[in-house]
Design a protein around this ligand. Structure first.
Ligand code: COA
Length: 551
C-alpha cells in the first residue's frame, strides 16, 4: 500500500472552483467514485469522486478554498491491487470528465449565445429539454414549478435523475409558467418539450431573450449561454439508490451524497434547512436535523413525521371542489397530538362484554324522586364509576403507568377516574378523585358538576389531572361498540355504548334483558388479555348485581 495524492480532475472547463463541503475525514475508508468533497463554480456544484478505493490519510483543503484542475486536495492509501490513483485520474481525463460539472467559461458561453430577439410585450415560449450531458430517457423525479408560477431565469423547472446523477433543469427565462408538458416519471431526452411559458419582453436585451431551450444541467461541451450564474445544483455523480421525491412544490437543493445520506437516515430533505450556498443542504444539515428529531422524540415531542413514520401528504383539495380553511383550536390541536401520541406508542387491544343492567336500571329509575329532591340526576355513569373503582381495586394491574425508560411499573394507591365529556369545544376529561371512597349520589353530583364545568370551559387544570383510568360513555348518544384510545399514561379505558333490550337465554327460555355494551381498550404492555377478560367479566357481574358494589 502506498500513499497517493488525490487531485482535482478535469472540471469541464471551469478554471477555479470553491470547496463548499468536505465529505470525508481522515481515516475514512472510501470506495472508488465515493464523493470526497463538493466544489462549486459560479455555474455548477459537483462532488469530486475518489479516484480509487482506500483509506483517506489527509485532506489538505478546507471549506472556502479555491482549487483548480490538478490541485492536490488530500492523500489516501490505496487498497492493495488498486494502484495508480492519480495516474488514473490524470491518464484518463475523458473518463473523469464524464463526472465533471458544466462550468463553461464566460467567453465560450458568449460565443454560443443566440442573438437576442428585439421585441416588446410578452411572448409564448416552449422550453425544451437541453442536452443532458450524454444521458437520454432520464426520468423526471420532481416538478419544481406549478402552472401560474412567476419565476426568474435559472429557477429550477424540473429535476431529473439518471442512474448517475440528479439534475435540475433551470429555466432559460424569467416569466410565468404556462402548461407543464411533462409529469413525474416521464422519461426525457434532449429536445423534448418541457413547459410553456409567457415571457415578458422589456425591450432590448433581457435575460429571457435567449433561445427557448432550458439551460443545460451539466454538459461538458454544449453549454447554453447565460449572463449570470445558473442555479445548476447537481452534476452527474455515480449513485445507485433510488430517490424519494419530496413533497410536491418543495424545492430541495442537495447533492447526490447528501440525498443518499438522507435516504439512509430516513430524513425528509424537504424539512431540512440548508446552510450551504443558496440554501444548499449539506451533510451537516441532515445530521443536525436527525439529531434534533431524536432529541424531540426523547423529550416526548410530537410523534409522526420526522420520527421515521412517513408524514401524510395532502393533495390540493381545491382541485376537487370549493374548500375553506380554518385554524385548529388549541384544544383540538392538543387532543390530536395526545391521540396520535397514544395511538403510536401504545399497543392497543379492545375487549368487549355485555353487562345485564336490567336490575340496575330498575333501581336507578326508582331513585328519580329522590334525585329530584336532591337536585341531582342519577344516570348510569355513577354506577359505572363505582363498578370500575371496584374492578381497579380487585385487579390493580390496571391501576399502573409504565416508565419504559427506567423499565419500571408505577403502581397507584389511589383511584381517580377521568370521564370523557363531549363539549362544543371538543373533548375534555375532568377527573373524579377517590371514586372508591364516594357514594353514588356524590358521584352523580360531582360528575354532573364537572361535565357542566367542562362545557362552560370552567375546569381548572387540577380538575383534569391525576386520572388512573378513564370512562368514555357514548351511551346517551348511541352505538353498539367502539374501540376507545387509551388516555396514556393510563393503561386502560372503558368505552360504554347504548344499552339495548336483547333476548338472553336463561337455560330454559329467552328473557328480555337490558344489555349494556362495554368496550375495554388496554395497553397490552401492562395488561394481558386474560386480565382484560377478568376485568370486563367482573364489571359485568358488578353491574348485573349492584348489591355486590357494597361488598
Ligand atoms: N345506554 C342507554 N342510555 C344511556 C346510557 C347508556 N349507556 N348512558 C346514558 N344514558 C341515558 C341517560 O340515562 C340519560 O337518559 P334519561 O335522561 O332518560 O335518564 C341520557 O342517556 C343522557 O345522559 P347524559 O346526560 O349523557 O348523562 P351521563 O351521565 O350518561 O353522561 C357524560 C355524562 C358527560 C359522560 C356525557 O354527557 C358525555 O359527554 N358523553 C360523551 C363522551 C364522549 O364524547 N366520549 C367520546 C370520547 S372519544
Amino acid at each position: 500500500m502506498s500513499e497517493q495524492e488525490i487531485k482535482v480532475p478535469d472540471l469541464g472547463g471551469a478554471d477555479e472552483v470553491e470547496v463548499i463541503e468536505i465529505i470525508v475525514s481522515k481515516g475514512d475508508s472510501v470506495e472508488e467514485e465515493d464523493p470526497i468533497l463538493t466544489v462549486e463554480s459560479d455555474k455548477a456544484s459537483v462532488e469530486l469522486p475518489s479516484p480509487g478505493a482506500g483509506k483517506i490519510t489527509s485532506i489538505t483543503v478546507k471549506v472556502g478554498d479555491k482549487v483548480k484542475e490538478g490541485d492536490v486536495v488530500g492523500t489516501m492509501e490505496a487498497d492493495s491491487g488498486d494502484s495508480g490513483l492519480d495516474e488514473e485520474a490524470e491518464d484518463k481525463p475523458d473518463e473523469k470528465s464524464e463526472e465533471a460539472p458544466e462550468a463553461k467559461s464566460e467567453d465560450e458561453s458568449e460565443k454560443s449565445k443566440p442573438a437576442p430577439k428585439k421585441s416588446g410585450g410578452s411572448r409564448k415560449e416552449t422550453v425544451k429539454v437541453p442536452a443532458l450531458d450524454g444521458f437520454d430517457n432520464v426520468p423526471v423525479i420532481e416538478i419544481n414549478v406549478a402552472e401560474g408560477d412567476s419565476i426568474d431565469a435559472d429557477d429550477p423547472l424540473v429535476t431529473v435523475e439518471s442512474d448517475k446523477a440528479t439534475m435540475e433543469i433551470p429555466s432559460p427565462f424569467a416569466g410565468k409558467v404556462g402548461k407543464i408538458l411533462v409529469s413525474d416519471g416521464d422519461k426525457l431526452s434532449e429536445g423534448d418539450d418541457l413547459i410553456e411559458m409567457t415571457v415578458e419582453d422589456e425591450g432590448g436585451e433581457s435575460e429571457g431573450e435567449v433561445e427557448s431551450e432550458a439551460e443545460q444541467p451539466a454538459s461538458k461541451d454544449q453549454g447554453k449561454s447565460e449572463d449570470k450564474p445558473r442555479k445548476q445544483e447537481e452534476a452527474p455523480q455515480p449513485q445507485g439508490a433510488t430517490y424519494e421525491p419530496p413533497a410536491p412544490g418543495t424545492k430541495v437543493h442537495a447533492g447526490p451524497a447528501v440525498r443518499k445520506l438522507a435516504r439512509e437516515l430516513g430524513a425528509d430533505l424537504t424539512r431540512v434547512k440548508g446552510s450551504g450556498p443558496k440554501s444548499r443542504i449539506l451533510k451537516d444539515d441532515v445530521q443536525a436535523y436527525v439529531k434534533s428529531q431524536l432529541r424531540q422524540a426523547q423529550q416526548g415531542g410530537a410523534v409522526g413525521a420526522g420520527s421515521g413514520i412517513p408524514g401524510v401528504k395532502l393533495p390540493d383539495f381545491s382541485q376537487f371542489g370549493d374548500i375553506e380553511k380554518e385554524a385548529m383550536s388549541r384544544m383540538m390541536a392538543a387532543t390530536a397530538t395526545n391521540m396520535q401520541r397514544s395511538w403510536l406508542n401504545v399497543p392497543h387491544v379492545t375487549q368487549f362484554e355485555d353487562a345485564d343492567i336490567t336490575d340496575m336500571e330498575d333501581f336507578r329509575k326508582a331513585q328519580k324522586a329522590a334525585g329530584e329532591k336532591k337536585g341531582v340526576k342519577m344516570t348510569p355513569l355513577p354506577f359505572l364509576l363505582k363498578a370500575c373503582a371496584t374492578a381497579l381495586a380487585a385487579l390493580p394491574q390496571f391501576n399502573v403507568s409504565l416508565d419504559m425508560d427506567r423499565k419500571e411499573v408505577i403502581r397507584k394507591k389511589y383511584i381517580h377516574i377521568g370521564i370523557a365529556v363531549d363539549t362544543p369545544n371538543g373533548l375534555m376529561v375532568p377527573v373524579i378523585r377517590d371514586v372508591d371512597k364516594k357514594g353514588l349520589w356524590e358521584l352523580a353530583a360531582e360528575s354532573a358538576d364537572l361535565a357542566q364545568k367542562a362545557r362552560d370551559k370552567q375546569l381548572k387544570p387540577a380538575e383534569m389531572q391525576g386520572a388512573c383510568f378513564t370512562i368514555t360513555s357514548l351511551g346517551g348518544i348511541g352505538g353498539t361498540a367502539f374501540t376507545p384510545i387509551v388516555n396514556t399514561p393510563e393503561v386502560a379505558i372503558l368505552g360504554v355504548s347504548k344499552a339495548a333490550m336483547k333476548p338472553v337465554w336463561d337455560g330454559k327460555a329467552f328473557q328480555p334483558r337490558l344489555m349494556l355494551p362495554l368496550s375495554l381498550s388496554y395497553d397490552h404492555r401492562a395488561v394481558n388479555g386474560a386480565d382484560a377478560a377478568r376485568f370486563t367479566t367482573l364489571l359485568s357481574q358488578l353491574l348485573g348485581d349492584i348489591r355486590s358494589l357494597l361488598l
